[in-house]
Design a protein around this ligand. Sequence first.
Ligand code: MLT
Length: 213
Amino acid sequence: MILLHAFPLDGSMWGDLGTPIDYPGDGSLADWADLVASRLERPAVVGGLSMGGYAAFELWRRHPASVAGLLLADTRAEADGVEQRDARDRSAELVRRRGSAELFDQMAPRLFAPHPDPAVVAQARAIAARQPTQRMVAMLEALRDRADSTDLLGTITVPTVVVCGSHDAITPAAQGRAMAERIAGARFVEIPGAGHLSALEQPALFAAAMPAG
Ligand code: MLT
């Protein structure tokens, strides 16, 4: 399976769960989707977690013939509102002034289930900390400027699994379940003992929820 990572991370977050294709380093989520499509030799099952899910929506919007199935994890179809867009700009400023690890530390309480495994938090922090400032800022701008994908939900015709950590504070499980109900035939799987970064916190349960391919 092709896997698209979350912010503020990169494809190394996936371990051995699949084949990552990383955000290219600048440009929009549509640009990332175009890159994914250009790398595929045949239609593929594509999974994205949070920001990766936003990019998976762009792939479906722009290159539906490339998509054999979808895994939408801890993500949402809605675009950012005004407050979220302002928050993206504040986050970019923080990264420019204080670095990527500082932004991760501010986000961390909302990324994991209560009382997370310190090794998992350290793993995620290490990935975030090595992201160059320019890449972080570009990802924040891509998140800020992404299109609304709610109208796409009813157009999805490939087998789809929606996954969400039961403690996800950023894209709550109830929201994931509601999104799954708007996709014809989609299956919803809640991952216990996981917050937003469900694939890192509970990789075995996440793997069990992944569609074949
Ligand atoms: C992510 O995990 O990719 C981010 O939380 C997405 C977001 O901030 O909208």
